[in-house]
Design a protein around this ligand. Structure first.
Ligand SMILES: [Zn+2]
Length: 274
């Protein structure tokens, strides 16, 4: 099954809002997945995580997580490396308690360094974090995201290489790929190439449990500027849905449009009618 996830509690969630109410409300809208946006900080309350997990199980809502933005696995400063590692581990371990399937992480910035050196730095920290998998996050995927700016580590091949080595899967964000390339990756042919490469690295079965993001996006030569509602963007989103349907891609597709549930439902319903 392909779940269309809302990126955070739906905007129409009744007061007092929050994650638990958001899950219940998403469920009432027929939305079957939600990404928890821990982008500023990771919540640290285990009792709250249990409540989230139980609510999601009861509602049949699949959960994913977006880890904090303040992460750079390539920082030359020891203190920043440690802080990044801690934020990632916190997100993964709290995700385990909350019953989330996968955690999305923005890996790093190149900082003007040789991408090969950056790759090794990211890989080293990734390996370090994976040593704790058994203990802290046995059921949660550590997903590096494909990133939207050329200054950011996170080409499709970079995240696929690391994911293959550690037997995890990355977070595919075709909107980021579209922005990074200043307008390419917006056709069925290119999305098919993207999934071909994914499959080549991770195997055919990997396309049955993807973690993806999609939205409209504003961009320039410098890549991503900000997300846009589907209908206000140049994204050929219906064609993208056709590719997903044709290839029988399954897993979670998080709609990162600023309209949240409105565009999530638009994608879900359009997909169903194909
Ligand atoms: Zn992201």
């Amino acid at each position: 099954m392909l779940h269309f996830a809302v990126a955070g509690a739906p905007l129409s969630t009744p007061a007092p809002g929050g994650t638990v109410e958001g899950i219940k409300h998403a469920h009432s809208l027929g939305i079957t997945a939600m990404e928890m946006e821990w982008v500023q900080q990771v919540p640290k309350n285990p009792a709250r995580m249990k409540e989230i997990r139980e609510t999601a199980e009861k509602c049949g809502v699949t959960l994913t997580i977006h880890a904090p933005y303040y992460i750079n696995m390539n920082s030359p400063e020891k203190a920043k490396q440690e802080a990044s590692k801690k934020r990632i581990l916190d997100a993964l371990s709290m995700g385990q308690l909350a019953g989330a399937r996968s955690v999305c992480v923005h890996p790093a910035f190149y900082l003007g360094m040789d991408p090969k050196v950056v790759f090794e730095n990211v890989r080293r920290m990734f390996a370090d974090i994976m040593k704790q998998k058994k203990k802290l996050f046995p059921d949660v995927n550590f997903g590096l995201e494909t990133m939207g700016k050329p200054t950011q580590f996170g080409t499709l091949e970079e995240v696929l290489k690391i994911s293959k080595e550690f037997d995890v899967f990355p977070v595919l964000d075709p909107a980021h790929m579209h922005a990074r390339s200043n307008g390419a990756v917006n056709s069925m042919e290119e999305w098919n190439e993207m999934f071909d490469l994914y499959e080549k690295y991770l195997g055919k079965k990997s396309l049955q449990h993807v973690h993806m993001h999609f939205s409209g996006i504003a961009y320039s030569i410098k890549g991503e500027k900000h997300h846009l509602p589907l209908k206000e963007s140049d994204a050929r989103w219906k064609d993208f849905l056709k590719v997903l349907k044709k290839r029988k891609i399954e897993g979670v597709l998080v709609c990162e449009s600023p309209l949240l549930e409105k565009d999530t439902i638009l994608m879900r319903d359009t997909y169903a009618k194909l």
